[in-house]
Design a binder for this molecule. Sequence first.
Ligand code: HEC
Ligand code: HEC
Ligand code: HEC
Length: 427
Amino acid sequence: MTLSLRRFVLLTVAALVLMAAIILFSSGGENGDGPIADHNLTNSELLVRGEYLVVAGNCASCHTTAVGEYMAGGLAFETDFGTIYSTNITPDPETGIGNWTDWDFLNSMRHGIRPNGEHLYPAFPYPAFTKVSNEDLAAIFAYLKSIPAVQLTPPENELGFPYNQRSLMAFWKLLYFDSGEFETNSEQSAEWNRGAYLVEALTHCSACHTPRNGLGAEQEHLFLSGGAYLDRVKSGEHRTWIAPNLTSSARGLGLWTQENVEDYLKTARNEFLESFGPMNEVIMNSSRFLSAEDVKAMATYLKSIPAINEADGVTPDAQIMGNGRTIYNLHCGTCHLPTGEGDPEMAPKLNSGSLVVQAANPASMLNAILYGPEIPGAPLEPRWLDSMEEFQFLLSDAEIAAVASYIRNSWDNSAGLVTPEQVAAQR
Ligand code: HEC
Ligand code: HEC
Ligand code: HEC
């Protein structure tokens, strides 16, 4: 880098820090927020409600490690900017949130601001939690204060410059973050509004299912039309996953009935398939514990989202389709059947209704083929007689690309070509 360029970068960073500082000191949480403990429940009712909401928000999946204490934090999140660790949200006064006031909690959930004024990173899904109502925040906070305190300081974040400068988040927020409670849409039913509230606020589906821009912000005009991020595959390593399109597109939830959506969120299964990969935690730790009315409301809202269609893929040529068919009939058709129809005891349908198969980006489908689809397991009764193997050891990049292209462009599917390079990127 030349000196003048370096000076330019430094000046720009200095200007951003200055702007950030101005915004930081001018944006407290008190602007228009009401008191958060405004409810008329008995204490035990409040705790029961708080626990239900904490399950809906799936706080434990991110704030509890596999070997750690409940809500003590320390789980690592791999992002494009480095590693971020979740914090301790037990009531320990030194390392947790034991000394926090109602205002401190409201400021973090609604505005992404810590008691000391520092900005939080959106790996903590406060861009969704900002919409949680004051009453629900009060119940969540009351519940968190009632759980055992654990003294534990999570590891320091490992972020490169300038992403390790929390003050720059003020600038990011100015561009990409709107705080404020969920607003009821008076033209829609109470059920629809309840579903919209749960999906947009607490259950934060958009944190994974909405595409983000280069600075990690969700793109609002593409809400729930499919996102990509890093998460664990069955072998334990991190790879790109795509969380598919949940709008009414024929390649999204368009082919699922309201009942299919409810069954999936309530039981991890429906007539098409069983959940696998990152959705297991969402369903097994969170959505399956929601009341039947709440799940119905979520499905009602999801089914009402207008279609956002993904770009058409490239149609594979006859040779790739022919190779793909041969590999499919040899390695996959025994369980998924040559018609792609699936079998109630052996394997899910691949001929229609799989959002993962239909997605423009094949990453999640390739993860299933390369590493085997990790299904929820206990406490669910097994659904399939046998598990699908990890084809990473059996098939080359070109072979997996051919069979994936064949599945994505046969029967009712038309999702486009998969290249060997795309397979290599998932290995
Ligand atoms: C997708 C993962 C994820 C989920 C779900 C999640 N959190 Fe977090 N949370 C994080 C991460 C990561 C941080 C640290 C962010 C940072 O360092 O800026 C965090 C930070 C926080 C903080 C700020 C703590 C501090 O020390 O400043 C609070 C409070 C919090 N979370 C509460 C909750 C609650 C309550 C829920 C459930 C309703 C929840 N979180 C769900 C990942 C998550
Ligand atoms: C932690 C990230 C994450 C969150 C949060 C999340 N999803 Fe997903 N979702 C994924 C990924 C990744 C996939 C694709 C692979 C899989 O099925 O796990 C997926 C797949 C799906 C599918 C398609 C299943 C298939 O196999 O075709 C549906 C439907 C779905 N999610 C609904 C939801 C809803 C509704 C919510 C909110 C309640 C939600 N998801 C929250 C990551 C997430
Ligand atoms: C032993 C039976 C078996 C064989 C052989 C098999 N699968 Fe599977 N497949 C399954 C089972 C079981 C699942 C997990 C249930 C689920 O994900 O819905 C699954 C899931 C999948 C999924 C995820 C579907 C979704 O949306 O949930 C894809 C994609 C897939 N298989 C592709 C293949 C391909 C490609 C081959 C051949 C290279 C293959 N399978 C071979 C049994 C099999």
